[in-house]
Design a protein around this ligand. Sequence first.
Ligand SMILES: N[C@@H](CCC(=O)N[C@@H](CS)C(=O)NCC(=O)O)C(=O)O
Length: 205
Amino acid sequence: MVPTERLVLIRCFCVPFSTNVERIALAAGYKGIPIEWVDVEPDDRSRVVAASGQPLVPVLVADDEVVADSPRVLLWLEERFPEPPLLPADRARRAEVLGFVDWFNRDWKRLPNALNDGEGDAAEHAAEMRRAVTVFEERLSGQDYLFGEFGLADVTVFPFLKYAALGRRDDDTDPFHAVLVEHMQLAAGSPLHAWIARVDARPRG
Ligand SMILES: N[C@@H](CCC(=O)N[C@@H](CS)C(=O)NCC(=O)O)C(=O)O
């Protein structure tokens, strides 16, 4: 429960089917943080630009604070609302989680982005995406979540990996999501099936 004195109005700009916005919704649902979602037209980002100086969502606005970029928004939520935690208390373990999400955001995301944008060697990017599936599967050996307890790694990765098992809704026409479906084919016995179902069952804020 969030203590009432901590409750300021928190708004978050969003667009439909946004992977990076779903990260925030999962974190807010887990922590019980009420968020007022502000839908913006995918083709008209003027309100987002006016608030944050850049066009991408999510952008979080709380009192006079404006935070853009989902990894930064997640850490902002963790700092302001530490319970329940998204990061382990143990500092070494915490560094491992932060290193993993950094790899995902800097290196892994570059692969589907490049495939979607038609940049670089498509065959090599596709092969790297297939190899990366094994990294996530190995992390789920003998545990329910990527680092044991549900946390930052799960909320960071799930909105992208979910396409491997759940596919794309009929009304989701984002070609980036089609890339995710195409390049992360899972074997029937992959532990990612159960992990995706487990995380998908969690509340969204
Ligand atoms: N690094 C940013 C990326 C944000 C981002 O790419 N957001 C997408 C929605 S998931 C967006 O606003 N795309 C609009 C566009 O590319 O025009 C984050 O993690 O928040």
